[in-house]
Write a protein that binds this ligand. Sequence first.
Ligand code: ARG
Length: 692
Amino acid sequence: MENRPALLLCPPDFYGVEYVINPWMEGNVHRANHELAIQQWRAFADVLQRNARVELALPQPHLPDMVFTANAGVVLGGNVVLSRFFHRERRGEEPHFRAWFAAHGFEIHELPRDLPFEGAGDALWDYERGVLWASYGQRTELEVHPLLAKLLGVEVVSLRLIDKRFYHLDTCFTPLEHSYVLYYPAVFDAYSNRAIEQRVPAEKRIAVSEIDAVNFACNAINIGAKIFVNKATEELKSRLVSAGFELIESPLDEFLKSGGAAKCLALRLDEPVPATAHALSTIESRVLQIEGHLLDSGLLDRAHELTIDSGGSFRILDFTLGKQHQSTSKATILVAAPSLQILEKINAQMIDLGAVLPDESIVDAELQTVVQQGVAPDDFYVTTIYPTEVRVNGRWLRVHNHRMDGVVVIDGEHAFCRLIRDLSASDKVVTGTLGVRTLRKMESRESRRSAHADEFGFMGAGVSSERRVELVVDEIAWELRRLRERGGKMVVVAGPVVIHTGGGEHLASLIRDGYVQALLGGNAIAVHDIEQALLGTSLGVDLQRGAPVRGGHRHHLRAINTIRRCGSIRAAVEQGALTRGIFYECVKNDVPFALAGSIRDDGPLPDTQMDLIKAQADYARLLRGAEMILMLSTMLHSIGVGNMTPAGVKLVCVDINPAVVTKLADRGSLESTGIVTDVGLFLSLLVQRLAA
Ligand code: ARG
């Protein structure tokens, strides 16, 4: 009985770089030196021959990558699972390798047609741990992993590759003797690195640098104490030596031009499976359905992207295209993830896109009871801005008091949205993502473009200071008039910049003219509005002349002091101490306001609520029923308001800083408009257009 391992190689008779299917091949088409490649391969095969039993596959014309036998399949204990190449260019290799395995008495397993898998390039057996490390994200589909577990009867650990240069697992990961692992951590996602760290203790992890990684030092064949590679730095060599290995370099740069090196050129044929092995894979998958303007609104792309970004895999099982302009499409998709936790994370985001389980698999939402006041059970479902329904006892219940960042509490036949801090013991909270759906407005590119009567369609969510602000302001003015006519509710959130930029008088006139139904802000806007009303300055600057006034830095404190003496803003108006300005108009016109305090507030004014939980409640109360919100140059208050506001409310965000506008207007095109401009100019224009 020979204890030298058996390896399958394929001579490079027809090797070359003839197409581009990985970044290494780019720029190298027809650039591999054939003579040199043959020399390098022979030298390498000779070295291997001294340490292993080498078998040869017959090279085939027009299959230049057949030298990379690691991609023929994965072999374990006499079984082979054949590859199904991701790229058409290599699919011609499949029948040749299949014939070879058949002729050599292997038990052959084939995967379903549409599931790409690239053999030992993406599946590496770790004898000492008894696990098959398998990768996905580049060439191999995640759904293959549970099949490998089943067919080979082993535990599969799924690792996600996130760097295109390291498109096969064997380019960046090798299990070595004595439980060592040689790998390049930077090309795995965080979850995968954790999976590696959980199974391989720190002293057994040999992490390589970028230099070694790009020299394919991890693309190694390990036989006993020997490690065969293309090349490695002295630093890595000495680390491997101290771990008890001997490094044998064999230059293979002609093959590197195709994105392969030592390990890619050989396939281990005789790896034994320990008797104790059993099939295990943590891959979870779920079939989902999504309907809408899937293609023209980019919904399907978004679903795909978020799945991949979160570490899952995405496959369209069925697609019915809406033929007419206005008709919607429907897709059935299979989402797989390396763990239930990740699947749930993906699912939660899918729900926001409107995805649902197919009818036959719809179940009730899972409920868990709160045991500690103000603390939700683990895995609680987190609400978003979209109207939501949960399924309880076979019926869909609409969630009331909806807002984002809440949890859903079920009370008999009713569902409510609640903040975690407001939970009481024995409340029933929805956990997981099953039995939850959101109702999204159908969005299509057309509806985003057309100036549809009810939407801010034509303004889009795009943010542009170039776009003619006048046009946008005209639309807002038109909407404000309509709101006022029908007794609707418009809420303004404003920061002190409104006063500094001279917009105070315009906001005051909007209030006086009945366009504003509530005003939200912080201490500063009120302080500077009142300073302006009492002393003609804003933070000590005379707005008429645009210049600081002597001693003006004390003005805002004098304003605060005056209001404190009166007792409140309202009292100051009633006592005749405050006779103009935004807050004067609020009091006079019975427009309620809420001021939320902060750590930097001077004073504060007696009206400023320094208990932020109470301030949040005040904001939420004044926001109830709002149909439109004007956010004027105040990032934090606006974000706070955004968080409390369900989808369906029109938001207009004005700020001179494009980053702030982008952040606030990022809500989907139907309901948010961003305007990058000076807020004082904006208000002046708005008032002018309203008067016209
Ligand atoms: N040009 C080949 C490809 O892109 C190289 C394969 C390398 N093989 C490997 N096991 N990493 O498919």
